[in-house]
Design a protein around this ligand. Structure first.
Ligand code: NAD
Ligand code: SER
Length: 337
């Protein structure tokens, strides 16, 4: 008999590591993890880990032959800044990789006659604000507003959301009888900040980079203007939102893609919070015109009313709790070691 597992792709990334730790601690699921890289020592043994590429069709087929996949958290991706340096590769990993996995999940759903859950983290990159005036005025965008991304990554995320809806609702729509469909669910995340990992390749990275640099006594030059505003969220809330959405009864969901957020901050306010904890930190601003353009195209805040109403979403960490109870104490401890 095949072992029943939760599959996590991109499990060695920032969200992946936090999700593996949380699911392992809950102890209710066998975990199968897939990433290009090996698991860091602290997480080794918490999952059956496969070092491999989501674009490797033979590998994916082998995995579903060996394991009965119950739920997929599909996290593997190239993030926004990296995607601008290698747009075609980003498209391959972010779109082709997702399509392969959706098809596999659809086939598994049909074979087992049961809707396999496919949880997909999308992003504020799916939005494209036309100018700063609109960004300032329309400060809480709804899911269907301004869906005009300006990055390859944002285009990939928006399209994959649509693919997920297609595979859940319309795949094989002309067949004589409709077998079980997969159950795609997605959250559009703001910039995430972890106390335990440092991001790379993203455009919201200036926030966490500033914080981790200050805690290590390293100077930091922020690559956006002080007035740049983006929504952010502490990593425990990101994990909570993925798990809550995955657990929500299907009948309570009025959409398949939901905004989730916690707090919005200017880069200057971010610096002030960092300085209040690390008064000697050397933080300067040296905006990079191109990355600034991406940040300016992303919304200042997200309207997450639908998630709150449908599946009880509510961040545990507002800005004060995120800094005072999660980020600052854990980051300080981490670098004191
Ligand atoms: P990350 O870059 O830390 O992790 C991504 C992981 O995917 C890496 O470990 C990488 O090795 C793996 N990966 C990349 N290409 C792969 C491939 N071809 N095959 C197998 N593995 C591959 O990113 P993260 O912050 O953990 O983000 C995870 C997901 O959440 C991504 O889909 C990202 O777009 C989304 N997301 C993240 C944020 C954020 O602020 N961190 C915000 C919105 C959405
Ligand atoms: N943090 C991500 C990035 O900057 C947003 O999805 O790419």
């Amino acid at each position: 008999m095949r072992k029943k597992v939760v599959l996590i792709t991109g499990a060695v990334g920032e969200i992946g590591q936090a999700l593996v730790r949380q699911l392992f601690d809950e102890g209710t699921n066998e975990l199968l993890t897939l990433d290009l890289h090996r698991m860091p020592a602290g997480l080794a043994g918490q999952s059956t880990h496969v070092e491999g590429d989501i674009l490797d069709q033979t590998l994916l087929t082998r995995l579903v032959t060996e394991f009965e996949v119950d739920t997929i958290f599909h996290l593997a991706a190239l993030l926004s800044t990296r995607g601008e340096f290698a747009p075609e590769l980003a498209h391959k990993v972010n779109v082709d990789g997702t399509l392969m996995l959706l098809q596999l999940a659809a086939e598994q759903s049909q074979r087992s006659d049961r809707s396999l859950k496919f949880i997909f983290p999308s992003s504020i990159a799916a939005y494209g604000m036309p100018d700063l005036e609109t960004k300032g005025r329309d400060a809480l965008v709804r899911e269907w507003d301004w869906n005009y991304p300006t990055t390859m990554y944002g285009c990939n995320k928006l399209y994959c959301e649509l693919l997920g809806i297609y595979y859940s609702q319309y795949y094989q729509q002309l067949a004589a009888s409709r077998p079980a469909m997969l159950d795609f669910r997605s959250v559009r995340f703001p910039g995430l900040i972890s106390a335990f990992t440092v991001p790379s390749g993203g455009t919201t990275d200036y926030g966490p980079e500033m914080l981790h640099a200050a805690a290590q006594g390293r100077p930091y030059a922020c690559f956006v203007r002080p007035d740049s505003t983006l929504p952010f969220m502490a990593m425990p809330d990101a994990i909570d939102s993925l798990l809550k959405l995955a657990a929500a009864p299907a009948e309570s969901l009025s959409r398949r893609v939901y905004n989730v957020t916690s707090f919005s901050l200017t880069a200057a306010a971010f610096r002030d919070r960092v300085l209040s904890a690390f008064p000697d930190a050397q933080i300067s601003f040296a905006p990079d015109v191109k990355r600034q353009g991406i940040v300016d195209s992303w919304p200042a805040g997200l309207n997450d009313k639908a998630a709150r109403r449908d599946w009880g979403w509510r961040p545990a960490y507002d800005v004060d709790r995120a800094f005072d109870e999660y980020l600052l104490p854990n980051i300080t401890r981490r670098y004191q070691k």
